[in-house]
Design a protein around this ligand. Structure first.
Ligand code: PLP
Length: 407
């Protein structure tokens, strides 16, 4: 089931550039994971199966019983306002030309742009694929950091493009000067730059001045896709959305999703905000397969900012509490501005993931090359308690039964 995988490393001044070719859409982690057809596979893959591989799912009871801290989802589900809007929209289930609540207009209004600047997708993941297809055909490359949201690199390579990735800095932030350097060096071959802000899996932001540094430092016609999937969780004055660059007419594509703060991951809705010319280039590649129900849910979600503020508050509190608890056990975490964080285990992550699963807690997959870090999504209070208890057990046992797990 795994395709061929080719990786080559080039030394580019002080920056190591890894170029990868994924044939058949293979997960970044393929080199380090031993896949078997069980729930392990389901737990460790990214949200969307790649390359047409069927995802092996647990039974319903199994699924319900897990603390689900592996996919950066919103554990609380859509608020009543959104549920009501979606329930009402079911009456359009049999229609093609149904009223859609004005979802595109509402998104455009939110960002102060025109509807011609918006492209809807069945999740922002679709937009990422559409960008890859649009800008990486004919062997063009996407430039970005690693680790990041690897679906982008996988898709670029699956459409016969390629990915050029640069490592993170020592403090796990994105290396903006390296991205500029690599883009200039490979200018003719670069299809677009991918900047995940905040980044998944690290949870770290790119500051507003770093975004400006990047945009001002690269050739002005290189498109930059700025993935703001976790925008709504950020509480940091150094961060800002990049939508104003779209208004300036720069070749910037900002992507957003309703899967995280709005709790609609299973319903599939996301969008791009970009200059008209870029939207026009991308639109022919989009499927337009968004359903009536989620369009109405999306409109209601945009209006229910109060519910989102509550989710943000409780998520940040639980993240801070969990990180503080892990610190008392002797484990440092990477500072995060999202609904997930990474803790440094000081030992290989793969067996730890499996041990958590045995205790009924699903945690993030490995993110090479950060193979001693565990990504933990913030669940509800009960799930975080289960995580804390499991962490003490698993890491205590893994550290030779010393009990404090703090070595
Ligand atoms: C950084 C990032 N971008 C995009 C996505 C895609 O999300 P969706 O397709 O559900 O909008 C995800 C999902 O986890 C993500 O982490």
């Amino acid at each position: 089931m795994m395709g061929d995988f080719h990786r080559e490393a080039i030394v580019d001044e002080k920056t190591t550039v890894s170029r990868r070719r994924f044939v058949g859409g293979v997960a970044t982690a393929v080199g380090v994971l031993s896949f078997k057809p069980s729930i392990d596979l389901w737990a460790q893959q990214s949200q969307q199966p790649q390359g047409g591989a069927a995802r092996v799912r647990p039974s319903l009871d199994e699924y319900d019983s897990y603390a689900k801290l592996s996919f950066n989802e919103n554990p609380y589900g859509p608020p009543d306002s959104v549920m009501k809007a979606m329930t009402k929209a079911f009456k359009y289930a049999n229609r093609y030309g149904y009223p859609d609540g004005g979802i595109t207009e509402e998104i455009a209004k939110l960002h102060g742009v025109k509807t011609e600047n918006i492209l809807l997708g069945a999740g922002s993941g679709e937009i990422l694929d559409v960008a890859g297809t649009t800008f990486c055909e004919n062997g063009k490359k996407v430039v970005g950091v690693e680790p990041s949201y690897s679906q982008v690199y996988q898709h670029a390579t699956s459409v016969r493009g390629d990915a050029i990735t640069v490592p993170l800095l020592a403090d796990y932030r994105q290396d903006i000067p390296a991205l500029i350097r690599v883009t200039k060096k490979h200018y003719r071959d670069v299809g677009f730059i991918y900047l995940c802000n905040p980044n998944n899996p690290t949870g770290r932001i790119v500051t507003k001045s770093e975004v400006k540094q990047l945009l001002d430092g690269i050739p002005e016609d290189v498109p930059v896709l700025i993935d703001e999937a976790y925008h709504h969780f950020v509480d940091n004055s150094d961060y800002a959305t990049s939508v104003p660059y779209v208004l300036e007419g720069r070749p910037v594509i900002v992507t957003r999703t309703f899967s995280k703060i709005a709790a609609l991951a299973g319903m599939r809705l996301g969008y791009a905000v970009a200059p008209r010319e870029l939207i026009q280039k991308m639109r022919p590649y989009s499927m337009g397969s968004i359903n009536a129900v989620v369009k109405w849910g999306g409109v209601a979600a945009l209006q229910d900012t109060e519910s989102q503020a509550k989710v943000k508050k409780v998520t940040i509190e639980l993240r801070q509490q969990t990180i503080a608890y892990l610190k008392t056990l002797g484990y440092e975490s990477i500072p995060s501005d999202t609904n997930f964080f990474m803790v440094h285990l000081k030992r290989p992550v793969q067996p730890v993931i499996a041990a958590f699963q045995k205790k009924g807690v699903l945690v993030g997959r490995p993110f090479p090359p950060m193979l001693e870090h565990l990504r933990v999504s913030i669940g509800n209070p009960d799930e975080m308690q289960r995580f804390n208890a499991a962490f003490k057990d698993v890491m205590g046992a893994a550290s030779g039964g010393s009990g404090n797990g703090g070595r």
